[in-house]
Design a protein around this ligand. Sequence first.
Ligand code: ZN
Length: 349
Amino acid sequence: MQAFVMNGVGETRMTEKERPQPGPNDAILKPTVALICTSDVHTVHGAIGERENLTLGHEAVGVVDEVGSEVERFSEGDRAVVGAITPEWGSAAAQDGHPSQSGGQLGGWKFANEKDGVFAEYAHVNEADANLAHIPDGVTDEEAVYVCDMLSTGFAGAENAAIPMGGTVAVFAQGPVGLMATKGARLQGAGRVIAVESVPERQELAREYGADEIVDFEAVDPVERIHELTDGEGVDAAIEALGSEETLADCVAVTKPGGTVSNVGYYGEGGTVDIPREAWGVGMAEKDIVTDLCPGGSVRLGRLLRLIEAGRVDPTKMTTHEFDFENIEEAFELMASKEDGVIKPLVRF
Ligand code: ZN
């Protein structure tokens, strides 16, 4: 089968690989549609170290091609979505309520990290009953593929932000995760959502997804502006959806004492991340900083699909470009360059 791989830092190529085989609890998914993610770009640039001949990609939907002997809920031919994160559900971390950390730090993240990802003609899914979800008839593959990571991660940013009903939220960066954090904040009952973004197309989408105000950080100091907008009080919650030290510091600075900074940003480079000491109330302002790795699992995927099916969110507005699998390298380069107003490039198999 054909697979799109990383072969050393900075190197990608299409290559021939053996079709994977399922263990008793696993499934083989034949992808129909996938999305390129900025974290794929981070991976190729060395964010998680060297990888040899590792298939990239972690956002895909498809058709179940084969199931192991113990799989009960899925059969060959089923339309299914797999989470970007595929935990080991019997692990101690999962039993402790942190399935994404199963098997060690970030251990639930298997695709294009510990094992081959989904940018291939076939992909191996561990613990299929728990990590796959059926796609309802009323939801297209092009919609469903957004629950793998963008809806799950963006909405987790809002869920973890402990937003009081009617509360004020600032969402820093309106890439696809930030846009879904904006939408998630609205769905969670935020009364006011302030989106921080400089790119006009992203500002426009942020409004469509429910931002009340846009702060252009290229034009104004976002911390000053958000304090002005909130009469000096600050926001109940700030969501970091970029992964930059400066943005995290701004999140801490705009959050009122007792508020929450919810991080879903991926810090792809650097040695440490500093927290601004005074803005953090010298450690005593009761400003919580919470972090998450995209939650996975069939139950959550099913809930997210229900939001799409019920018309609560239309993620396809984020699909700016489409490519055939044979041209995936082009899609990848576009995502790396962030040119041409790209938000999400979709790949068809
Ligand atoms: Zn992703």
